[in-house]
Design a protein around this ligand. Structure first.
Ligand SMILES: [Fe+2]
Length: 460
């Protein structure tokens, strides 16, 4: 390899002025993406090659700190090659190389000037592209963080928090998969993520910084959530993550951590509320020996049936409270009626039928319990519209009330009363089936059967 510092003129015509014009035009109209420099400048380089009287011209993207131009030939009579760096500041982001049209003839000074001018125009185009891209990045970054904050602010259940964050970041950050490593070591995810799951636990995070690397055959970015060992990961097949994406994800993780704190506090408060409500309901136990145990059994079963019917978390909460409180109105029923050993007469029944309304009145005074009060009011309505107090029918009756109605009956039938022994579950279900579609919502009866079968399996 021989290096030349002075160059002979070449024989080919060089139209330097026109070449500069072509470069200026290129800078005006072309929209280059940083990774797309070569494709974007192909046409311009073909034209430039003709104007500068050069042979094949090539553009290559590369990141290095190598500086300076090189002009080399292989042997006295070989091809001459010139390579000009495209610099952004101190970093070389690419090279422009050209070969003379004839062997044994070095590139001329005008040709090299033309190449240098081309390299600096390309560097400007890359600069502009980076500026545009970072503006776009800031916009995406802002929307990911803002949407995460809005979505998380409304959710109180911890598992839904994770699911929401995963779906949101998967969509907005163009990932093919997203996964969360929970503090207990378990993993949850959306999209394609299974390939790298086993490896998630082994990723060691540098303190507080996003981790960018590869997991399995995927590019991955990961950030810790809180300080308990949990983490969020995104996977992408095609191209690597950039530092700003890691920062976005880190901000999302911080919001997730806060939302999780909030959800834990909420869960604790809900537990306290439920304990208080159960204590209130237990006051009935003092008067009506059947009610107390019945409340505990019915609550568990009602929430299971509601879950089997796919109720939303907010309605599961209503179910939980309504199951405990539905008979609270019995506090307003005189002992003589409530604990009467024999059958009630018509006047006593009329009194007894007031308990849903009394209960709803009591409960509606508690802030945030409006939906619970509505369910308590409706828990003696019937599917066929023959119930009380409002004679609602079918879907008009809140589903939580339809559930209580079925479970109340099932529990009453299967447990002993002072005046009779309880039925077997099979007999009680046959009885529910017989009344399904009249007294009871058939869908709820079926759901209860499914839950009881499941319980049976677990007991085996
Ligand atoms: Fe009742």
């Amino acid at each position: 390899m021989r290096r030349e510092t002075t160059y002979r003129r070449v024989s080919g015509d060089v139209d330097f002025g026109r070449a500069l014009q072509v470069l200026a035009d290129f800078g005006e109209r072309v929209a280059v993406e940083p990774g797309n420099l070569e494709a974007a400048s192909r046409e311009m380089l073909a034209e430039l090659r003709g104007l500068l009287g050069l042979g094949c011209m090539k553009l290559r993207a590369e990141i290095s700190e190598r500086r300076g131009i090189s002009v080399e030939t292989e042997g006295e009579n070989g091809w001459w090659d010139a390579e000009i760096p495209i610099m952004r500041g101190k970093i070389r982001v690419g090279s422009l190389s050209a070969r003379t049209t004839q062997t044994g003839i070095a590139p001329g000074e005008e040709q090299l000037r033309g190449l240098r001018a081309a390299a600096s125009h390309l560097a400007l185009a890359v600069d502009a592209a980076h500026a545009r891209e970072s503006a776009a990045m800031r916009a995406v970054h802002g929307s990911v963080v803002q949407l995460a904050s809005e979505a998380l602010g409304k959710i109180l259940e911890e598992d839904r928090l994770y699911k929401t964050v995963l779906v949101l970041t998967l969509e907005l950050m163009d990932a093919s998969g997203a996964a969360a490593l929970l503090e207990d070591g378990s993993v949850t995810g959306v999209g394609e993520f299974k390939e790298g799951l086993d490896a998630l636990g082994e990723v060691a995070f540098p303190a507080r910084k996003p981790w960018i690397g590869r997991i399995g055959d995927r590019h991955a970015v990961g950030v810790p959530v809180g300080r308990g060992g949990g983490a969020l990961f995104l996977f992408r097949k095609e191209w690597p993550y950039l530092a700003w994406e890691g920062v976005s994800l880190k901000l999302v993780a911080r919001q997730l951590d806060r939302a999780r704190e909030r959800s834990r506090m909420y869960a604790e408060r809900e537990k306290t509320n439920l304990d208080a409500v159960a204590a209130l309901a237990a006051s009935l136990e003092m008067r009506d020996s059947t009610t107390g145990e019945h409340i505990h059994r019915a609550q568990g079963l009602a929430v299971e049936v509601a879950g089997a019917l796919g109720l939303e978390p907010e309605r599961l909460r209503t179910m939980r409270y309504a199951a405990v409180l539905h008979d609270i109105g019995k506090v307003g029923i005189p002992d003589a009626i409530l604990n009467k050993p024999g059958k009630l007469d018509e006047a006593e029944w009329a009194f007894m039928r007031r308990h849903p309304k009394i209960g709803a009145d009591i409960i509606s005074r508690i802030d945030g319990f409006e939906s619970v009060a509505a369910v308590v009011l409706a828990h003696h309505e019937r599917h066929d519209g023959q119930g009380y107090p409002a004679r609602m029918a079918g879907q008009e009756i809140p589903v939580e009330a339809r559930i209580i109605s079925v479970i109340d009956a099932y529990d009453a039938m299967t447990n002993d009363r002072p005046y009779r022994n309880g039925m077997s579950p099979e007999e009680a279900i046959a009885e529910l089936d017989a009344c399904s579609g009249r007294q009871f919502d058939p869908e709820v009866v079926e759901a209860l059967k499914a839950v009881l079968i499941d319980r049976g399996r677990e007991d085996d």
